[in-house]
Write a protein that binds this ligand. Structure first.
Ligand SMILES: [Mn+2]
Length: 288
């Protein structure tokens, strides 16, 4: 069997790596269904069996140097402490000049990742792919949970965009800046190029991308805690990412909320391939 790391790569040399994968098996604040703590392992397991040559990319990106760290130990004492821990880990990766790729775990981990960028005064935009805007200020008395992710991001960065939305809370629906929200309805009304241009035109050169897998349609991605009907197809999501990759630099990324269903492996493979293609769109070719 290939080695136990993302994509099952033989070489694991931290010094040479451009990308550092941080698996975070944390789920504590979900409201409907937990299970995403098993997400990172499921993605890594599936990724080890992937063909490393991608015909979409026309290349094998494994020689970029992709190093997978040990799983981060979750801190269940409080979400705030967990977020702080994530921020510390991501900060180490950034200080070493490498690109962090977080595998969740619940979406809350994104807050910690973005904090690490903020603390280092990095000039970034945040692009969120999600069925939900995650824009509550707090829920159940907590400001650090999956439903508040983008409010905490907005506290730190003014430049962000939500993509694939089909669930928004009443308060945010009233106060949102319309050009920062791309609903599923918008995606139907516009061409792919229009959507990509809108995202690219409204964001800075360096982008942090956070993907809550429930942005995808539950027919392709049923393994999420809060499935919402009528989502993006895989080819739409990868098409948008490819379009962003043609113009932007990737500062960091996370793939969250995979909550594996026993016996159903296709969604795990989807998440693994999404990780591979995403890195490829941004780091192969001109950016390599
Ligand atoms: Mn979501």
């Amino acid at each position: 069997m290939p080695k136990y790391n993302l994509f099952g790569l033989d070489e694991q040399d931290y010094k040479k790596a451009k990308v550092v994968v941080l698996p975070i098996p944390y789920d504590a604040t979900l409201t409907y269904k937990t299970g995403s703590r098993a997400g990172p392992k499921a993605i890594i397991d599936a990724s080890r069996l992937m063909e490393l040559y991608s015909y979409e990319l026309g290349s094998d990106i494994s020689d970029l140097g992709i190093f997978t760290t040990d799983e981060m130990s979750p801190d269940y004492s409080s979400p705030e402490k967990m977020v702080k821990g994530v921020s510390k880990e991501v900060g180490i990766i950034l200080d070493d000049g490498k690109l962090p790729l977080l595998l969740g775990g619940e979406h809350t981990i994104t807050i910690g990742a973005v904090q690490a960028f903020k603390e280092r005064k990095k000039d970034i935009s945040v692009i969120q792919f999600d069925a939900h805007t995650d824009s509550r200020d707090e829920l159940h008395g907590s400001k650090y949970m999956h439903a508040t992710v983008m409010s905490r991001v907005a506290d730190m960065y003014d430049s962000f965009v939500h993509v694939g939305i089909r669930n928004i809370d009443a308060n945010y629906a009233k106060r949102m800046q319309r050009d920062k929200v791309i609903f599923m309805d918008d995606l139907r009304d516009r061409t792919m190029k229009q959507v990509v241009d809108q995202i690219n035109d409204s964001t800075k050169e360096n982008v942090y991308i956070t993907i809550d897998l429930d942005v995808l349609d539950p027919s392709e991605m049923p393994s999420v805690g809060t499935p919402e009907p009528d989502g993006l197809r895989f080819h739409q999501l990868t098409g948008i990412l490819k379009g962003i990759g043609e113009r932007k630099k990737l500062a960091g990324m996370d793939i969250t909320e995979l909550s594996p269903i026993p016996g159903m492996h296709a969604p795990d493979f989807l998440a693994a391939k999404l990780a591979y293609l995403s890195l490829g769109y941004f780091m192969s070719g001109k950016n390599k």
